[in-house]
Design a protein around this ligand. Structure first.
Ligand SMILES: C[S@@+](CC[C@H](N)C(=O)[O-])C[C@H]1O[C@@H](n2cnc3c(N)ncnc32)[C@H](O)[C@@H]1O
Length: 113
């Protein structure tokens, strides 16, 4: 899928500015989608923080992996976000400080499925 299929976050700089209070914290983007928010979070917490990105949609995950491939402190998992505790446990991230959710659906799913 191309970028045009994905949500383009508005006010992302401001939202992430409010979100990042601990640069060495562990953050979770529960709906990574097109990774617009996650790219900004990843840049803001580099190099000491960690970012876990989750999305239920396989195409969104593939797109996010491509967008975030240069960030070694980012982990990307295909899952429903109600699995957040299992994912954090599996990574030994017991002290997640902030999770982030911009819930929605991908409009092209309505068109193509
Ligand atoms: C509006 S987009 C997210 C935009 C993203 N924050 C960005 O910066 O581009 C919403 C995403 O939520 C995902 N989603 C919806 N329900 C979900 C669920 N229960 N668990 C995980 N992901 C979900 C969709 O697959 C979609 O990629």
């Amino acid at each position: 899928m191309g970028q045009q299929h994905y949500h383009r976050p508005v006010l992302a700089e401001r939202a992430v500015g409010f979100l990042i209070t601990i640069p060495h914290g562990i953050y979770v983007d529960c709906t990574v989608g097109g990774a617009g928010h996650s790219q900004r979070i990843a840049e803001s917490i580099y190099p000491a923080g960690k970012l876990v990105c989750i999305d239920a949609d396989a195409d969104a995950i593939a797109y996010a992996q491509a967008q975030l491939r240069s960030y070694s402190h980012v982990i990307i998992k295909q899952a429903y976000f109600d699995q957040i505790d299992v994912i954090l446990d599996s990574e030994n991230y017991c002290q997640c400080r902030v999770s982030f959710l911009t819930w929605g659906f991908l409009p092209f799913r309505l068109i193509h499925q």
